[in-house]
Design a protein around this ligand. Structure first.
Ligand code: ADP
Ligand code: MG
Length: 444
């Protein structure tokens, strides 16, 4: 049995008015593996706990298989949860830890057959007689998974189950979780702050920021068509290059996006997405370029969709199979508040609903209520390059290359930018190019 989980405008307001989750609507299909992704403190665990019934919903409704479930006790929901800290009973063996929920559920029945079958499935038969203190982190998490699986729940909720494990084990267990949940065909909601984990596991990824849903889409779509700067910057490594630019659309010349000292010339004839940028004439936009949209090559080698700039080598990161080169192009990066510092910034106090035009605008932009997605200060003109943001290399543009290129600090290098893979975001950080309407081939 597997089940549909629906959230309708669900909010959670903690004591002292902390709005941990803000009007979240999400339909999770039966058998789907949905990942809730976002930085620490964005409300992921709160969402999971509300689905499990461990935390009451402040506003909105939770439906399980279409049935109103706000008032159901956790035990009535037939959902199993796996936590980050394993949460095993230290004085029970692996066998008893896995069997414990079964004994509670059906007192008197012998849990052994189910425990054994689960252990076989997870390959942990030899761990059954050990106590948690005698198990490694990875083994403990397998036993915790076993305890969730043995109940044959109709849904799994997993809250960062791998974050306490080392990287190698994490990759291994990631593959195991993926295989297991697919085999069982049980609806799974998986919480992580690790975008790589989200992308590799999820049928769909729901990106949360400050308690507000930013986008829910297939991993392919959140990468290729991020709805705003936050999603674009949160997903993908190395981080997307976000540069402040100004659209120049003269009546009698090529359209360009000025990046301060240099400009990206948009090839003629303009593509439909680039034509849409014409209305931004004179306005500041945020240009998004993933590292694979730029290559080191001379103007003579340019394909029709490519445009030429130059960059000064500032830093070379050797990664074995590839090299990441940080260039200074004389442009100024746009900052994404939560993602600049290792610790999340305290969020500004958010107001409830606001009336009037401003309120409606904020409503529509959603993300605004959690503070701005991007920070832009003084508008910049093409003649005066903007001052670099504090603590950041000026105009740093990260490009991926093969290790064959020998690049040294201070070299001036010709670059080709693939304008077909250029994103443009408005000053609120919402994507304006490619056009926000979803492309047919990326629809589910
Ligand atoms: P995540 O799991 O994404 O890290 P959480 O869901 O744990 O985030 O928390 C979301 C927000 O709610 C955070 O700002 C957190 O400090 C706040 N919060 C969580 N639990 C409580 C609580 N019991 N009382 C007040 N604030 C809380
Ligand atoms: Mg959490």
């Amino acid at each position: 049995m597997t089940r549909a989980i629906s959230l309708h405008d669900v909010s959670k307001v903690h004591a002292k008015g902390v709005r941990a989750v803000d009007r979240l609507s999400l339909d999770i299909h039966p058998g789907e593996f949905l990942v809730l992704l976002g930085p620490s403190g964005c409300g992921k665990s709160t969402v999971l706990r509300m689905i499990a019934g461990l935390e009451p919903v402040t506003e909105g409704e939770v439906y399980l298989d279409g049935t109103y479930a706000n008032d159901l006790a956790p035990s009535e929901r037939d959902i199993a949860m796996v936590f980050q800290n394993f949460a095993l009973y230290p004085n029970m063996t692996g066998r008893d830890n896995i069997g414990f929920p079964l004994r509670i559920e059906t007192p008197g029945a012998d849990p052994a057959p189910r425990v054994d079958a689960t252990a076989r499935m997870l390959g942990i038969e030899e761990l059954l007689d050990r106590y948690p203190g005698q198990l490694s982190g990875g083994e403990r998490q397998r036993v915790a998974m076993g305890r969730a699986i043995a109940r044959h729940p109709s849904a799994f909720l997993m809250d960062e189950p791998l974050s306490n494990l080392d990287a190698k084990l994490r990759n291994h267990l990631r593959a195991e979780i993926s295989r297991l949940t697919r085999e069982l065909g049980v609806t799974t909601v998986y919480v992580t702050h690790d975008q790589a984990e989200a992308m590799s596991l999820g049928d769909r990824v729901a990106v949360l920021r400050g308690g507000i849903l930013q986008q829910v889409d297939s991993p392919r779509a959140v990468y290729a068509l991020p709805r705003n700067v936050f999603v674009a910057a949160f997903i993908g490594t190395p981080r997307i290059n976000l540069l402040r630019g100004v659209v120049r659309a003269p009546l009698d010349g090529a359209m360009t996006v000025s990046l301060g000292k240099q400009a990206l010339r948009l090839p003629e004839p303009l593509s439909p997405d680039h034509r849409l940028l014409r209305v931004q004439q004179g306005r500041e936009v945020i240009v998004g370029l993933r590292s694979e949209a730029i290559r080191i090559a001379t103007p003579a080698e340019a394909r029709p969709e490519e445009t030429h700039i130059t960059g000064l080598v500032e830093h070379v990161e050797f990664q074995g199979h590839e090299v990441l080169v940080h260039f200074n192009t004389g442009s100024s990066p746009a900052l994404v508040p939560e993602l600049e510092a290792p610790r999340p910034q305290p969020r500004p106090h958010r107001r409830r609903r606001e009336g009037g035009v401003l309120g409606r605008l904020r409503e529509r932009a959603g993300s605004l209520r959690a503070g701005p997605v991007v920070v832009l200060d003084e508008p910049t003109g093409p003649e005066q390059p903007p001052a670099p943001a504090e603590g950041r290399a000026p105009g740093d543009l990260v490009v991926r290359t093969t290790p064959d290129f020998v690049l040294r600090y201070g070299m001036q290098v010709p670059l080709l930018v693939d304008t077909a893979h250029l994103f443009a975001f408005d000053q609120q950080g919402e994507r304006i190019s490619p056009a926000p309407a979803r492309l047919p081939d990326l629809d589910e």
